[in-house]
Design a protein. Sequence first.
Length: 342
Amino acid sequence: MAISIEQAIIHEISQDGQGQMRCRLRPQPLLNTNAVETMLEELHQTYSGKAGKGFGFFGTHGDDGEANDEFANALTGYRSGDLGFVEFSGQASQLLQQELAKYDFSQGGFLLMSCYTSMTSDYLFVALLSAKSSMTVLDDMELSQNNHLDLSNIQLAARIDLTEWQADKSSRKYISFIRGRAGRKVADFFLDFMGCVEGVNTKAQNKTLIHAVEDFVAGSELTKDERQECRNKVFEYCSERADSGEVIEVKDLADELADSGMDSFYDFACGGSYELDEEFPADKASLRSLKKFSGTGGGVTLSFDGGHLGERVIYDPVSDTILIKSLPANLKDQLDRRLKGE
């Protein structure tokens, strides 16, 4: 297993007959059965693979967002041994119940909390899971409807890096969370019950890095191929960091580039006016522009590798046109057949 489970528990938060939110608390942790291990391993992998996560920290009065230190205090009590895991998770459930009660749209769900170790860090995983209806065929070939936890479509989840939180109280990225499809507002109540405040704008930092890289190669004496090689190296480094769950370290990235003969990137990026943090999480979606150009609009979608610009792809900004040489064979075939048909 990629993770070593310390504790795990599930509580239910639901509406009663009067529409009030109520907690049904489990009195003891889940046993470390194969079912529990398989579920948590799947959730760990699904969560780790989610793109575009936000990052934050436990806020205090004066920070942006809703100040709420009850969750952090309870977590501190658990980590120090003053609270048991069941008691801590019960307090967390009641905090979530109180937060859900503020909203008309909420239907509750199953609050899963688990402490586990992965690689060299301890984590607390917190997720509000929903039940999904499904059909099954019984032994007598009759159909039966049942409910199961929807593990593949988690939308309300956060993971706290307990090791980083306890080692560096000034960190602003030890909590990661899934952003809702329509933006962070979808998950505000889930972050508020933990007192989480967004601390690092991951997309903005990645876009700033790209800006610094483009300015760096533009002001260098590198050839066209060497410039693209520089972009590729930055993309490869950042992608590896994203895949391993590690943050981008600007100094480390600069050392990688220096090994390839591209010196002084660190001084250029951190000494200028880019407002680039020393380290920040990677966002692969933003970083793709280092390797590809892409755009959609007016019924046209176009994407090509950056190395083709000026060779197979000729852009004329004056006439606002693009000339593409050596079309992909399947596209050429489609176009030829359409012309013959007309």
